[in-house]
Write a protein that binds this ligand. Structure first.
Ligand SMILES: Cc1cc2nc3c(=O)[nH]c(=O)nc-3n(C[C@H](O)[C@H](O)[C@H](O)COP(=O)(O)OP(=O)(O)OC[C@H]3O[C@@H](n4cnc5c(N)ncnc54)[C@H](O)[C@@H]3O)c2cc1C
Length: 388
């Protein structure tokens, strides 16, 4: 069933007039590329120099894109969204830490989140990034099949235990675990790790979800290949399907090192592969569950059409739609209104630690042509609707 994503009354019903004004101001600023560049540099400088800017960041960009500084702080947002049938995925968004004690701390944080989520219907899913649990260079070395030193073997073992501990806790507490995808040159190691975990934890209920970045031209074949493996070995697959967030970096690295770029040549090809992946999974739901992570209206509508033609219920528990908090509320809330399963990634963390996340959101909204202007047009429409 097609859903009207232009219904701004439903899309923004949780936003007060002043929150709507703030969102408009924010997206207007983000749409100006030099402003984002200079603003980012100035903010980083101010935070490093311990200038008192946290309050300003918190009341503007932070509160728009994040739920709070810790999980308890996020509860008002979680409850408010759940009142409108939108679930939350708490996303501990502290990035770029690379020591063992930080990995152990990240593990502790995710385990606490699972415990925090287990009795809350609004929080059925937890998420983590592979780089939160281990050294980037180590993933790369394993992905490249290079021999590890004895110390590295121990380090890899500890990393594996972190993954396993989270999945075991997810299983015990009935909380689904989404594992994000990052740069392609660490993904082979991550894929192998997750495949083993899916064998262990997805035998009956589905707990572990990996991520497919469909801007990679090899991912549809990969999906089909491991689907065959899963069927042979009697376990289920879970996939978050996204387009992919590291395009420029991926392309630049391929140019710098002289190998074929793993990224599709055009957006059109990425779109076609994304749609092919969700079509494939939706026709194999008995063995693959789907979390569609997108702000793209056409792909979302396609999923709805496919569900309808296959007589799949709107709230079929095998299918989730996901957007990021602070973006594409017109998709999230209009889908939830029609009974589809919708979850928003809700980032949280200390203000200065989530800055890299916030900067990426600002840069993404500057570079993803159309997305910011669409947000602005929808907010403008709602502001006008409220005036009359
Ligand atoms: C809930 C959720 C979870 C996410 N998790 C992850 C994750 O784990 N890992 C990750 O990498 N990203 C993740 N993302 C981000 C995602 O990959 C996209 O960057 C973002 O959602 C924008 O894509 P879109 O489908 O929403 O929309 P669109 O605006 O339709 O697509 C933009 C995307 O298309 C692709 N693209 C743009 N131009 C070109 C081009 N010229 N050639 C080829 N491809 C092009 C890029 O991937 C770009 O990000 C997540 C997003 C959401 C909503």
């Amino acid at each position: 069933m097609a859903v009207d994503f232009n219904n701004t009354e439903i899309a923004f019903h949780l936003k007060s007039d002043s929150e709507l004004e703030r969102a408009y101001f924010l997206f207007k600023m983000i749409s100006i590329e030099p402003f984002v560049r200079i603003g980012t540099a100035a903010t980083n400088f101010a935070l490093k120099a311990h200038l008192p800017v946290e309050g300003l960041i918190r009341s503007t960009v932070f509160d728009h894109f994040c739920g709070g500084v810790n999980e308890h702080d996020c509860l008002p947002v979680i409850n408010k969204m759940y009142g409108s049938k939108v679930y939350s995925v708490l996303d501990y968004s502290v990035e770029g830490k690379s020591q063992e004690d930080k990995f152990d701390f990240a593990l502790k944080t995710i385990l606490n989140l699972i415990t925090f989520s287990k009795d809350k219907d609004a929080l059925p899913i937890a998420v983590f990034k592979p780089s939160a649990f281990g050294r980037f260079d180590l993933y790369q070395k394993v992905s490249e099949n290079k021999p590890l030193t004895n110390t590295e073997k121990e380090e890899w073992q500890r990393l594996k235990v972190r993954f396993e501990t989270v999945c075991a806790s997810g299983k015990l507490n009935n909380v689904k675990i989404l594992i994000d995808a990052e740069e392609s040159w660490i993904q082979d190691a991550v894929d192998d790790l997750i495949l083993d975990l899916m064998q262990t934890y997805n035998a009956d209920a589905l707990i572990v979800y990996s991520t497919l970045q469909m801007y990679r031209w090899d991912r549809l074949d990969y999906l089909k290949e491991i689907h065959a493996k899963a069927k042979q070995n009697n376990f289920k697959l879970g996939f978050k399907v996204v387009r992919g967030a590291y395009m420029e970096k991926e392309r630049q690295r391929a140019i710098d090192r002289g190998y074929q770029s793993p990224i599709c040549e055009t957006k059109k090809i990425t779109d076609a592969l994304f749609n092919a992946a969700i079509t494939y999974i939706l026709s194999n739901l008995e063995s693959i569950h789907l979390f569609i992570g997108t702000h793209n209206e056409e792909s979302s509508q396609l999923a709805l059409e496919l569900m309808e033609t296959s007589n799949i219920l709107n709230n079929d528990p095998r299918i989730w739609f996901g957007q990021l908090y602070g973006m594409s509320d017109h998709i999230s809330f209009n889908l939830a209104e029609q009974g589809y399963n919708v979850a928003k990634y809700l980032p949280f963390g200390p203000v200065k630690d989530v800055m890299p996340y916030l900067i990426r959101r600002a840069e993404e909204n500057t570079s993803v042509a159309g997305q910011t202007s669409r947000e602005l047009a929808l907010i403008k429409k709602e502001k006008q609707r409220r005036k009359v």
